[in-house]
Structure formats: C-alpha cells, structure tokens
Design a protein around this ligand. Structure first.
Ligand code: NAP
Length: 486
C-alpha cells in the first residue's frame, strides 16, 4: 500500500527523553519502526542501555520528591496544558499512530482527543478525592481522644508499560493518574507504538512539565524488560499487554504493587429471545473494529442453537459489508500489526477447519492483511474456541442452553468482559451474576470505557483495576496519621 500522507520522514531517528532532554543513546543502536501497511521504515527509536535505565530511574526519584510537595492545583495546571497541547497536535499525532500501528486516521484522531479528555477527567477526579477521618471510639474499647486522618500519598516512581494497539491512550491512562497523584514515571512504550508515545511526550514537554518526572525508555521489551521490572528503584508497575508477557512479569516482580491488564476471549452470548439484528450490529463492531486488535474485542459468539442459523446469516451479510484495506482509506479491517500475528491466526483457522469448522465468509489473506472471517460449527476441541487471535476471525459456537453458554464462558483461562444479548432483563442479570469476568455488557459490545468506569480483568485477563479513580488509587497508598488528643 502507498501512503498519500507525508509528515513522517524515513530519516527521522527519534531521541529518548531523559531528565527533560531529548538524547541519543550511548548504545549507538536504534530500532527500525516499520509501518504494518506501508511495509517501509517510518522512523527509528533509540535502543537504550541499562546504564541509561539507571539514570532515568535516578532522575525520576530526584524529581518526584519535589513534585510530591507541590499542590494538586499546581500539578493540575501542567496536566491541563498537556491535554491542550495534545489537542493542538492531534493531526500530527494521529497520522503517526495511523502509520505506526495501522489504525484509521479517524480512529487515531479520536484516540488523541479521547486521551485529552481522559487527562482532564483524571485531574478533576484527583481534585475531588479526599481522605477520611475516623474516630477511635467507634471500635469497642477505643478512645474518643484518638482520631485517625487517612490520606493518600504517592508511591514514588511508576513503571508504565502499555501495548501497541492504543499507543497514546493506554499510555496516558497510566501517566496521567501517576503524575496527578505526585509520582514520577518511567515510560516504556511498546516498540511498535514508540514514535506515537514519543510524540505524546513532546506535548507534555511543551506543557513545561518539570524535568525528570517523565523519562522514556525505548528498547525491546525482550531485551530491557526484565531489567526494568526487576529494578530496585521502581515502586509500582502498571502493565497492559498479552497474558504471557504479564505472567512473565508477575514472576519477576518482587514485593511491589503490580496492576496487570491482559488478554481476553470475550464472548458475545446471544440468547434465544435476543433482537438478532441489534446483537449482530454490536457483535460485528465488537469483533472487527481495528481488525479485532482490541483486548475487549468480541472473540467468540455463543449463540442458542434455535436462533443460530438466522444470526449467522445476518452476521454474514454484515461481515461482507465491512471495508477492508488501507487505514488511509478509513477501512475497518486493516493489515495486522505484523506477519507473525497473521501467521498465528492462519494456524488457528487451519486447526478449526481440520476439526470440522466451516467458513461462512473470509479466510483470505494478503501478506499481513487477513480478511474478516466468520467460522461456524466451532466446538471445544478447536484452539480458536479458547485462544485470543487478536485479529479479524470470529468463531461461532452453538449452545443448547444459557447454562451451556455460562459454562463455556467460565471454562476460559481469560475473564475480561462478556456481552449478553437478550430482551429479558432478569435473564441478563441471572447470566451476568454467574459469569467470571471483570465487566458484563448487557445488550452492547464489549469495550473499555467510558474511561471513568472501573476496568478489570480476572483470571488470565489481569490483576487489579484501571479506570480513572481506580488507577489513581493503585498508584497511591493510604497513610494514616493518628492524633492523640490530650
Ligand atoms: P505484548 O507483546 O505483551 O507487549 C506489551 C508491552 O510489554 C510492550 O510494551 C512490550 O514491549 C512489553 N514487553 C514485552 N516483553 C517484556 C518483558 N519481558 N518485560 C517487560 N515488558 C515487556 O502485547 P502487545 O502485542 O503489545 O498487545 C497485545 C496484547 O495486549 C493482547 O493480548 C491484548 O489483549 C492485550 N491488551 C490488553 C488490554 C487490557 O486493558 N486488558 C488492552 C490492550 C491490549 P515491546 O513492544 O518492546 O516488545
């Protein structure tokens, strides 16, 4: 595919950000960032050294001490300015997101604007979070002369590691709560997504954030990841990415707080009484937006056998209407992040077909572009029933009862979200109460947000919670000061 836009120069070697300055790494090495649809290098980022990681952590600690002393209103000013700068830079950043991770320009621009909104809301939430006081005599034998003042204090230096798919939004979802609550941050962007992350920090630099509070460490996770997560100077880690990477991290990290938001296998449960056209609309947008490269994409349909044929026909019609091709043309289904991801999906499809699944539509590939694929007659012997494809393939599993749909949902190693489609609200709640996931969507697609809702993965989908208030809480701790009245 050929680009019609040209802001990015192939020559650009992006620097990393250390103590408020843009620097080249002492390693002398860079990583090529290749566009998933242009199939050409769109820029280079620094492969930084362990010594530079140490420097970043030291600068962050130095800066954090003073930052924690500043008033909330003072911190708020920088973050509001950051949001404004992001809005000013939205076209430039959106183009980079598009080229770097292959997302349509409209979605990329929405990501930037949503991030600015996220930052503003984070500030407002923090401004309205107050501690509490407790009276000693509310406990049996406790003294009336004791009063506890409970307030939240920052944890120190937060390591923020986001994935490639929302390189600005999911990064800022860690950075903004960390900063407003008085922490400093070591930001390790996904390598494919690092240029977008760097641009986002340029906006923060323009906002005049004091030096040292944010330091970007670019480099492959497989090379510097372990060093970062085991670093003694890190006080908390907020990670979003694949389940295998998260599990690896959890083994390495010692006694420091860790929030993990990982993969999913979100089901769309379609009950016998569902409005099938409405359900299909949500399932299609849930499963195929950005080629299904969303943690909360609908990744399997569990449909009652009595309405399965009808649903499959509707889904087929809708899938065939999806636009497929370049993100520059605003297509919904775009080339995947790399060839390895496309290969993996092909393996899942081949495994299912070998075990008796049928192709309703799709199963076509051009390089890393996988056409939207609907598989019917999927059963529990097939890998695609259980594994996360992170691509545009949707398996349909026919069930004979709501109970069976609940059981299949709960057998999954994942527990991110689930959608239930039914006209019966009692049934919806009854199913929702029995399924083991972080969030249940009734008559809507699985999705993150609005961003102030708690966002939770259970089982293999994560640990702890995000969502604006939850993120602030995860990056602070309670501190109790007891006043003993005389
Ligand atoms: P990934 O391969 O796990 O990478 C995620 C991040 O971890 C990247 O920044 C990566 O850096 C870094 N990393 C890799 N190895 C590391 C190590 N040993 N130590 C520390 N960091 C390391 O995931 P991805 O392919 O970017 O994203 C897709 C996955 O994320 C999917 O499974 C999706 O479901 C999940 N996801 C979850 C959520 C959620 O909120 N639950 C949201 C979005 C995505 P490099 O890029 O340099 O390797």
């Amino acid at each position: 595919m050929v680009s019609t836009l040209s802001t990015l120069s192939k020559e650009i070697t992006h620097k990393f950000y250390l103590n408020g300055e843009w620097k080249e790494s002492q390693s002398g090495q860079t990583l090529d960032i290749e566009s998933p649809y242009l199939h050409e290098v769109i820029g280079k980022v620094q492969a930084i050294t362990k010594e530079e990681v140490d420097q970043a952590v030291n600068f962050a600690h130095e800066a954090q001490k003073g930052w924690a002393e500043t008033s909330l209103q003072e911190r708020a000013k920088y973050l509001y300015k950051w949001a404004d700068e992001l809005v000013n830079m939205q076209n430039e950043i959106a183009e980079i997101i598009m080229k770097e991770v292959g997302k349509s320009l409209k979605d990329a621009r929405n990501e930037v604007v949503r991030t600015a909104d996220f930052i503003r809301y984070t500030v407002e939430e923090a401004l309205h979070m107050n501690g509490e006081s407790m009276k000693g005599d509310s406990f049996p034998g406790g003294s009336k002369s004791k009063v506890a003042i409970v307030e939240r204090v920052p944890l120190g230096v937060i390591l923020a590691i986001p994935p490639f798919n929302y390189p600005v939004n999911l990064a800022a979802a860690k950075l903004a709560p960390a900063l407003i609550s008085g922490n400093a941050v070591i930001f390790k962007p996904a390598t494919q997504g690092a240029i977008s992350g760097i641009k986002m920090i340029e906006a923060l630099h323009k906002a005049g954030l004091p030096k040292g509070l944010i330091n970007i460490v670019t480099g492959r996770g497989s090379v510097i990841g372990d060093y970062l997560v085991e670093h003694k100077g890190i006080n908390m880690i907020s990670f979003t990415g694949g389940t295998n990477t998260g599990a690896h991290l959890a083994k390495k990290v010692g006694m420091i707080p860790l929030v993990l938001e990982l993969g999913g296998k979100d089901p769309g449960i379609v009950c016998e009484d569902a409005d099938l056209h409405e359900a299909a609309k949500h399932i299609i947008s849930g499963a195929f937006s950005y080629s299904g490269q969303r943690c909360t994409a609908i990744k399997r349909v569990l449909v009652h056998e009595k309405v399965a044929n009808e649903l499959v026909e509707i889904l087929k019609g809708e899938v065939n209407k999806l636009s497929v091709g370049s993100p520059e043309e605003g297509c919904t289904v775009v080339p995947l992040i790399d060839n390895k991801s496309a290969d993996f999906i092909q393996v899942l499809i081949a495994d299912a077909l070998g075990k008796g699944a049928t192709v309703v539509t799709g199963n076509k590939r051009e390089d890393n572009l996988i056409y939207p694929t609907l598989l019917d007659d999927v059963n529990d012997t097939m890998r695609v029933a259980w594994e996360e494809p992170f691509g545009p393939v949707l398996p349909i599993i026919r069930v004979s009862s709501d109970r069976e749909a609940i059981d299949i949902t709960n057998e999954s190693e994942f527990g991110l979200q689930a959608s239930i489609f039914t006209k019966d609200i009692n049934k919806a709640f009854s199913i929702a109460n029995k399924i083991e996931v972080g969030s249940v969507q009734i008559n809507g697609r699985t999705e993150r947000g609005p961003d102030h809702f708690p966002f939770i993965g259970v089982k293999g989908s994560g640990m702890g919670a995000q969502g604006i208030r939850k993120s602030i809480e995860s990056m602070t701790r309670e501190k109790v000061t007891v006043l003993n009245l005389i």
